[in-house]
Design a protein around this ligand. Structure first.
Ligand SMILES: Nc1ncnc2c1ncn2[C@@H]1O[C@H](COP(=O)(O)OP(=O)(O)OP(=O)(O)O)[C@@H](O)[C@H]1O
Ligand SMILES: [Mg+2]
Length: 240
């Protein structure tokens, strides 16, 4: 595997090699991933598509270090994350990974601003004041400046997901991961969110997005088609 590379360096931001993951189940083990390889270069937007149950979320969770493969190896920014302990992985995530889920996973008891400030403060990466400054900039960028003091419950679905994206960007992640970020949104909300991902991509953000939306996939640099736990094909998107 390549030497550690900084953000924007020459090596891949993400390297997945021969990854397998089997889950124990009542009837028979589920072989969710059966040998997956994937490289993502700096600044790429890669869409992952495939039928329900083909292993998309399993792959994303492994890349985020939230789960570990049974076989194979994953490296982020040139560092192998496979086989590391929970503390190391938590530190790696704070440094390198932002995650956006289908159902937002926001903290309902906190304001929009607090939701974005929290990861930076918890990560110990910046002072409260610096974190708040960056959070306000992100809310501004994402068109939520005037909602900073609101709690997530009063925001629309599209606004909530944009808030979740702001939170995922709070630590300036090397790699932004999204698992069906428009899956819970109506078409207008979905469109808002996709437009945002497109802008982030144009700004050079490296993104891996699981999606069922053809519209997103078409705007990606590459589309990885998963089926039954393997990469069936990789096709080019329209890119930028
Ligand atoms: N923690 C788990 N325990 C047992 N089985 C699991 C677990 N997580 C996933 N699976 C199984 O692994 C397979 C792949 O699941 P995964 O969630 O990765 O699919 P997916 O492609 O994201 O599907 P969807 O489009 O419906 O979200 C499925 O058969 C699922 O039931
Ligand atoms: Mg899924």
């Amino acid at each position: 595997m390549a030497e550690a590379t900084e953000r924007g360096g020459a090596g891949p931001v993400l390297a997945v090699r021969g990854v397998r993951r089997t889950f124990e189940a009542e009837l028979a083990p589920v072989r969710a991933l059966r040998g997956v390889d994937l490289d993502v270069a700096p600044g790429e937007l890669v869409a992952v598509m495939g039928p329900s149950g083909c292993g998309k979320s399993t792959l994303l969770n492994l890349v985020a270090g939230l789960d570990a493969p049974d076989e194979g190896e994953i490296a982020i920014a040139g560092e192998v994350i496979t086989g590391r302990d929970a503390d190391w992985l938590a530190h790696m995530r704070r440094r390198h990974v932002g995650i956006v889920f289908q159902f937002f996973n926001l903290l309902d008891g906190m304001t929009a601003l607090e939701n974005v400030v929290l990861p930076a403060v918890v990560g110990g990466r910046s002072s409260r004041r610096a974190a708040e400054g960056r959070a306000r900039d992100l809310l501004d960028l994402l068109g939520l400046a005037d909602r900073a003091g609101e709690v997530p419950a009063v925001l629309s679905g599209g606004q909530r997901q944009r808030l979740a994206i702001a939170r995922a960007l709070a630590n300036e992640p090397t790699l932004l991961l999204a698992d069906e970020p428009t899956g819970a949104l109506d078409s207008e909300g979905g469109h808002e969110v996709l437009e945002l991902f497109r802008r982030l991509h144009l700004d050079g953000q490296t993104i891996v997005m699981v999606t069922h939306a053809e519209e997103v996939a078409a705007g990606a640099d590459r589309i990885v088609h998963l089926r039954d736990g393997v990469v069936e094909s990789v096709t080019p998107g329209d890119g930028r």
